[in-house]
Design a binder for this molecule. Structure first.
Ligand SMILES: [Zn+2]
Length: 324
């Protein structure tokens, strides 16, 4: 039985797993360290990981990395959130040490590969995959293959959607990513809450402090905005409506371009799927051209370890490509 090592690398954490050729995880290790941002340390960790999985006789390694990558060469152009990884030949450097084939791809592509083969996108020939988290990762499956360019992912997250001066990590402003990322949502929610508090105190300045302290407080994470939205709290609902407005308009454009059978949403922010789904559907319906909406499905990602499984499948499928 052939096995593959899949590495989901988030900069400061590694989620690694050995998978079989059907994508089943046989063994798994998860750990975090800020030292994983350093090249030498990262490479030596992969070498020891492989050694610890020796009994599985791993055939190839796949890595999903958070950045812009040349997949043919396994060359990292840069990782926006990890300094020091500019123009680095990861595949070449690692293959020298491990002596088995290594493949590197963008993490959103790896996620899409897993969901397309085994999860919410199974048996679909055209689908859009988004990872909603700190940023907006994206990948498109067309004819069951990941649509690639030289720089690995399609980077739909940097599609300019607004003239508002929301600064983006890419150096530009107004990208869709800056309206749906988790830190933006938290900041925006806390701003709404602050506004409501000051309006209330202006209306009734004589209110006793005890009563005022019972007013609504800010949040630290998107999960809280979801929980409050479930209870019907108006600022939280407003956030999910705004989120759906931006994401829906963006997706309507993507639907008109790619005419997908499904849009599949993963990542931390998709935890609020139940709440924003109806708003998002109505914006997409309103904005997209109607023939493109026929049969279109909106789905939440299914797999628990899509990053590991997808990276393992990347290793496996890269071997098949090499044989041709
Ligand atoms: Zn951008």
């Amino acid at each position: 039985m052939s096995t593959y090592l899949g590495i989901d690398w988030g900069g400061t954490y590694i989620k690694a797993g050995v998978i079989d050729s059907k994508g089943k995880i046989l063994a798994k290790k998860v750990y975090s360290s800020s030292k994983l941002r350093e090249k030498e340390f990262f490479i030596s960790e992969i070498v020891s990981l492989l050694a610890s999985f020796k009994k599985y006789k791993v055939k190839a390694i796949g890595i999903g990395a958070p950045g812009i990558i040349n997949i043919e060469k396994g060359f990292i152009y840069y990782l926006p959130n990890i300094l020091g990884w500019k123009k680095f030949p990861l595949k070449k450097s690692l293959e020298k040490k491990v002596k088995i084939p290594v493949s590197v791809d963008n993490d959103a592509n790896v996620f899409a590969l897993a969901e397309a083969r085994l999860g919410a996108g199974k048996n679909l020939s055209r689908a859009i995959f988004l990872t909603l988290g700190t940023g907006l990762g994206s990948s498109v499956i067309f004819d069951q293959q990941i649509l690639r360019r030289k720089t690995s992912a399609l980077e739909l997250g940097h599609f300019p959607i607004s003239l508002k001066k929301n600064r983006c990590g890419c150096g530009n402003y107004g990208c869709i990513e800056t309206f749906v990322g988790n830190s933006y949502l938290v900041k925006r929610y806390n701003k709404l809450v602050k506004k409501e508090r000051s309006e209330r105190s202006e209306r009734s300045p004589e209110r006793p402090t005890g009563e005022r302290s019972r007013t609504i407080k800010g949040v630290e994470g998107v999960k809280d905005i979801y929980q409050r939205g479930l209870k019907g709290e108006k600022n939280a609902i407003c956030i999910w409506k705004e989120f759906s407005f931006y994401l829906g308009r963006f997706l309507a454009g993507m639907v008109n371009i790619f005419n997908p059978q499904a849009i599949i949403l993963g990542g931390g922010v998709s935890g609020a799927y139940k709440l924003f789904r109806p708003y998002l559907i109505s914006v997409i319906k309103e904005q997209a051209m109607w023939p493109n909406l026929e049969g279109l499905k909106l789905r939440k990602a299914k797999l628990k370890n899509a990053g590991i499984i997808g990276a393992g499948l990347l290793a496996k499928e890269s071997l098949v490509v090499r044989k041709d």
